[in-house]
Design a protein around this ligand. Sequence first.
Ligand SMILES: NC(=O)C1=CN([C@@H]2O[C@H](COP(=O)(O)OP(=O)(O)OC[C@H]3O[C@@H](n4cnc5c(N)ncnc54)[C@H](OP(=O)(O)O)[C@@H]3O)[C@@H](O)[C@H]2O)[C@@H](O)CC1
Ligand SMILES: [K+]
Length: 503
Amino acid sequence: MKIFSAQQIKKWDAFSILNNPISSLQLMEIAAGSCVEWIIKNYDPAHSFCFFCGNGNNGGDGFALARLLYEKGFDVTVFADQNKKFSAEALVNFERCKAISGIDIFGFEHFNDFSFNESTVIIDALFGIGLNRPVEEATAKLISFLNDLNFPKVSIDIPSGLIPDEMIGVNAAVFKADHTLTFQSWKKSFFHPESGIFCGKIQVFDIGLSKEFYTHEITNDYIIDDSLIHETYKPRSEFSHKGTFGKATIVAGSFGKIGAAVMATKACLRSGSGITFVTAPNCGYEILQNSCPEAMFISGGQNYIVDFDFEENSTFGIGPGLGTHPGTETAILKFLKNTIKPVVIDADALNIISENSEHLKLLPKKSIITPHPKEFERLFGQTQNSFERLRLARQKAEELQIFIVLKDHHTQVITPQNQVYYNITGNSGMAKGGSGDALLGIITALLAQGYSSQHAAIFGVWLHGKAGDFAGEKFSKEAMLPSDLIEEIGNVFKFLAKKNPSD
Ligand SMILES: NC(=O)C1=CN([C@@H]2O[C@H](COP(=O)(O)OP(=O)(O)OC[C@H]3O[C@@H](n4cnc5c(N)ncnc54)[C@H](OP(=O)(O)O)[C@@H]3O)[C@@H](O)[C@H]2O)[C@@H](O)CC1
Ligand SMILES: [K+]
């Protein structure tokens, strides 16, 4: 799914209004209607709803929603600033609300002495995607007051105070929602940790904006959604043998970190690799042969890797638990100098590369690197926030002609063509040592099977997150282990096969 900027969403609204028999007010009514449906499913009529509405169209959504909810029998109170000019659509909906005697409307100055009842739900419709400057002091105070209230909080379209496409200012006043009900598409700020933290759970409602606009409007930002994955996933052909699905070699492990090699190798095996090798030091021989009997062991040294042979037609995934011993460094750099096939690089292999910026040039074109924020910083330098980090990643992916998988709550796959794919599978239960090793194994297996680097990276992060979600459901986010995630990869493939109409 494409992600548009706030400016493009506004263009999309305008295009839809101009080219379809629908008005701005009708769109607002549809938007409010979809919120009502969600609220009815999630809150019983014993709840009282307090609306905080701004003067733009986000406020207009709030007024429309307040009215529709009142008509459904809910108790509704509205706070708004009647001294400021409303947008045309907000004014219409404000007047409609005012005409209903059962809806009390107060000025913002009364928020302090209003007695909220126990079953209050706060609805934030102060600002939407039209916020174009810092929130004024009085509104900031209101937002801070609301944030301190211990009631469920729902934001309409975007938590007020967030900038849709950019980093918020230091100490910016932002409404902290439990749920964000957003229209038509995700906003970029939902994906970034500094702003995403204000959104709670996100629901996206299709309000029927023009499909033609969606198809033709150009963007470089995408969500990795189910439809993209169904286009990418290649079901296994029946007329095949192990050679059809490629050879993968995992280069991993050192004394005390053989577990990382086990995780990466198991994930590679579970992700469909035809023939799998694991190059590791001899100290890991027994544990690897016992835990991953399907993989062939290749010795790379005694307690850490110092040298390894490589077959040109194998796909390499290098890094988990390697350590950064000078001998290992020499072996990895020698390998990179002698290979032209795309490789997958993570963890200590990234740390080895980050020792010298010249090493980056050794990465074969279309390789995939999978740094977490700290590894990214070691490789490319410090950035102030995740938006800046992403900008730098775009620049580096293009410069080096590689794919960067920037691991985060919403991992981003950055292509050499300056595109960004945000992942929406996965959960906080995956924030544990070993998770990254599994990701390397998955991506290596996909690349070995003939997926392009772009597809291997995109499908790999989605698969990893989805398996993590399945494991989280089974064991809880706290208790789930990366090993559980690896065991769930099979269920994700089953899920895909079931959903694939050609299967
Ligand atoms: N048909 C449609 O278009 C649909 C739109 N929809 C809804 O509209 C929302 C976008 O509405 P919007 O563009 O009116 O802006 P909104 O976010 O309400 O901001 C309010 C206005 O406040 C102003 N302002 C900005 N910053 C400020 C600040 N710090 N402090 C004070 N004032 C500030 C600024 O006006 P300015 O003062 O610059 O003239 C801005 O225009 C969108 O998020 C969705 O909820 C849906 O109904 C679907 C159909
Ligand atoms: K809002």
